[in-house]
Design a protein around this ligand. Sequence first.
Ligand SMILES: Nc1ncnc2c1ncn2[C@@H]1O[C@H](COP(=O)(O)OP(=O)(O)OP(=O)(O)O)[C@@H](O)[C@H]1O
Length: 862
Amino acid sequence: MSKTSIAAVAPSRLRAARRELLETGELRLNLPDAGLCRSWLRSHAAGLSPVGRTPGAPHASSAQLMRALEQQHELVAHARPVMQDLFAQTRDSDGLVILSDGQGLLLQALGDGRFVDRAQRVALRPGAIWDERWRGTNAIGTALVERRPVAVMGGEHYLERNGFLSCTAAPIRDPQGRVLGVLDISGEQRSFHRHTLALVRMAARSVEHRLFQTRHADALRLQLHPEREGLGTAGEGLLAVSEEGWIIGANETALGWLGEEAARSLRLEAVLPMDWLAVLRWACMDDAAPQLMRREGDAPALWMRASVPVGWRRRMVGMGLPSPSLAHARDADAATGAGTGARIAKDTGTDASAGAGAGSATGAGTGTDAGTGTGTSNQPYLNLATSSAVKIDQINVNDTPRAALDQRDPVAEVNTIGPLSIEHGTCAETSVELTADASSLLAPNPGSPGRDPAATRRPDLELPPALAALDLGDPAVHQLLRRLHKVLDKPIALLLQGESGVGKDVLARAVHDSGSRCKGPYVAVNCAALPEGLIEAELFGYRGGAFTGASRDGATGRLRQAHGGTLFLDEIGDMPLPMQARLLRVLQDRQVQPLGGGAAVNVDVQLICASHRPLREMVEQGRFREDLYYRINGLALTVPPLRARTDFAALVQRLLPRVAVQTPRAVTMEPSLMTALLRYEWPGNIRQLEQALRVAMAMLEPWEQEIRIEHLPEDLQGALENLTGIGMDAHGAAGVCGAGEAGGAGGAGGARSANGANGVSRTNGASGANGANGANGANGANGAGGARGVEGPATCSGLAPRPRKLQPATQSSLDVSPEAGEALRQHAQAHARQVLTACAGNVSEAARRLGIGRNTLYRMLR
Ligand SMILES: Nc1ncnc2c1ncn2[C@@H]1O[C@H](COP(=O)(O)OP(=O)(O)OP(=O)(O)O)[C@@H](O)[C@H]1O
């Protein structure tokens, strides 16, 4: 079925074959394509009739589709930009780009024009299931069964009603080789282009690359290709190597070059003639150039490029290995590493090859080993070899600068994720709710049968479900979750930092649910919400009548309540200093002494603290105890703000069903709105997004299915409108308008005019290029409206204009006099109190109405 040349079988022959199949149940006429024959026979055996309607073909309900999208969020997030690219390339041919999961359930589709209507009539739309058993031979279903790229043209479709379609599809495999889904391009038969199959195959590879990069974000990733120019293309091989030098992942291409044994959890040296530590050093260089690696016998030489996770460079120094940047700057003979037989040296053209470590380059018998004959280069080089049979070539051309490589990093490209069309709903023609049996199709893909390299590899660390549920495709979040996973059930205090509303509480809860203490209590204490005088009693408990107003029976205190479970101290930065001292003692002694006396009680808790404040700075300013800081900071992790996340679309998909619990329904989001939301700063982070979606769902009329800007809360509408204005300015007149003009537009009331008047102007090169701050921000009481700045114009520094990155407004970017600032604060506080009164003192509700976090509200009210 994998056609190398796409030539449709003549219609008359197809008709004859179909007749024969129906009459005899056999296909003696033999179609030229063996895969097509197999698929027709399967379709026939499934009891399908090629003519008439398709009785009982299942269709997912919106809720089921939502669930499937959530389950497949990683696939969807990584496929999305590739689909958009495909769509742009095939737009003229009026087709549809489709993503299905591993069961043939159509998850997403991109398309426009007339064809979309025709496609919908045969249920080629999200929610439909294109499994062969219900829809006969078709590119998606058949690619899933055949496990390879497939083109099905016109009358080759088993069902006659699909005969107007031409479809090409390629499976997408996860880094373990399991089929996760299918990418498909469908169009009218007559508009089919012969290159489409190659295009869709490349696109599927590209998604696989993205998945590989993300799944192995915390491993060393090696890109391989026989030609240097092939690095970074969809045809490259990929290897992932653990910090200890074990191969933990390889794509099909790499396995083809290195042999299947690379899938068997070997050390890198077992498949490539390289010294692991030498590779590590090379990979950790700031500007490591690609290396050509010759291999024994007929094996083709391979070019190799590496990416290392953030933090490895620092850890190298910790391991006693020379810092790559230091090594880079050092003279040749100062380079170390003799013990490993590897060497990093700066090529001065003098002594680069002398003094190589034992048994390394000098023993290689290459004569041309790194350093000789390359005296013009300033590139550092590295001998990666361990074996004398190996020859290493040094690269001595202008290598692609690291920054440029980073820009091509497929993971980073996820940033470009564009308008989301959440196409839900049932299809008029085949709308059948899934039966219990068919519902199993929507369960997470258990992997396809056949070769499963995972079975023979070192197991990759799978995240426990509670943590995995938060992994929506953003590499930084993924990395953070992996790190949390590694410290689960270890006596390490966790400190979660990040802006308000980024999900610190949610993370803490997920850590609790993932560890062995999950059956124990989870006690969350909001240190910012506790009145100062009551913190001590609340935390440590008290004896009956210990102080005026105390209950006669006393109280256990939150710390003791958490015994055997997890204590989450939110906003620990807001804890008064005297209380910090007391908490420190408890953490050191692991005992609590209730207020008013009584015996000390042992407590055993997993401690997780969180703060949006810069605790390190607070320590330096004497506002937070240093000893406590170190006590709570076993592992500090920063949760990224929403504006920095690449999984925005997946988050929206995650949140929509949650905010629409009372009125579950299928909705789409207007693409231009999605684009605007992607550019918005989200000062209130996920909390603000959740709230905006909740309002939007409530504002939708019963007959409306698309969220548009007018459905959003007013302050957000205002901010988005301003944002559009800024965007237009950025394109139309970059560098002409001062940020002061663009800046202050986002807020409301007094704050806006203050900022508008004081917007920071930027004029000169360096600071302009770095993005000086278009200041504004606090929108009166609610602070959610207008944090917005524009990056300084690239034209100032003579660089080409580039899209403006929107900066969060920071306190320091506000140029407001102290008096105006105080007036503003009072105004905000008064407004907050009014809202709180209107909410009958319900802080959560008031915070929700104001679009800010509870903690922010507590702080405002103080
Ligand atoms: N990964 C996520 N998926 C879905 N919703 C999330 C996620 N992370 C956070 N949220 C939602 O965002 C809101 C804010 O989350 P959370 O309270 O954990 O943030 P926070 O960083 O602890 O805020 P604060 O510092 O103000 O306490 C909550 O309603 C939460 O349910």
